[in-house]
Write a protein that binds this ligand. Structure first.
Ligand code: MN3
Length: 209
């Protein structure tokens, strides 16, 4: 993925059908080629009119939304957030595997939640608690502790000083074609295709400094 203007919708590192039968190919194709593409096009349009911010990486734009010109603050928050959240979501997926987390992340999950099962339960509750559209996240807080949070719409955890480890998109477009309105079934299926190696890398990178 590229992280700076002009933003480009790089192909997924797996096929649209790679997550079958848990997340269907049509959903993945529409989600990547249309929903994410729209956020990317919008963000490029916004920055076209503000050349002095074109060399800012996406994370810097989102961390410093409040210091941007007032007329682009909300558009950057919404569309830049849409790009970041979706790229993060797609990177956190992989073809179905029975592998759970291992390494230091699995120890940290155990320390914080008591067991992997307890973590899954809490994460699922959070994902189900999002009213309307948004995301549930596993993040590291400023103290270095794993926490589960939710964000609305295309808000990101970045302005709160949180370091994202993993997210699930619970906008209806992420699951409606296959799971209809059954978000709980979608969350269960999502657990089958989590890329724990990605999450582990994110976790370790936070402590690299
Ligand atoms: Mn989405």
């Amino acid at each position: 993925m590229n992280s700076q203007y002009k933003f480009i919708n790089t192909p997924l590192p797996y096929g649209f059908n790679a997550l079958e039968p848990y997340i269907d190919a049509k959903t993945m194709e529409l989600h990547h080629n249309r929903h994410l593409q729209t956020y990317i096009d919008n963000l490029n349009d916004i920055l076209k009119k503000q050349p002095r911010y074109q060399n800012w990486p996406l994370e810097k734009l989102l961390l410093n939304v409040a210091s941007l010109p007032e007329d682009i603050q909300i558009p950057v928050k919404n569309n830049g957030g849409g790009v970041f959240n979706h790229q993060f979501f797609f990177a956190g997926l992989i073809n179905p595997s029975s592998d759970g987390p291992n390494g230091l992340l699995s120890h940290a999950l155990y320390d914080e939640f008591g067991s992997f099962k307890a973590f899954q339960q809490k994460f699922k509750e959070a994902a189900l608690s999002v009213f309307g559209s948004g995301y549930a996240w596993l993040i590291l807080n400023a103290g270095g502790y794993l926490k589960i949070i939710t964000t609305a719409n295309q808000d990101t955890p970045l302005p709160y000083g949180f370091w994202p480890i993993l997210n699930i998109d619970v906008w209806e477009h992420a699951y409606y074609l296959k799971h209809y309105n059954k978000r709980a079934d979608y969350v269960n299926d999502w657990f089958q295709v989590v890329n724990w190696e990605f999450a582990e890398k994110r976790y370790l990178r936070c402590f690299d400094g």
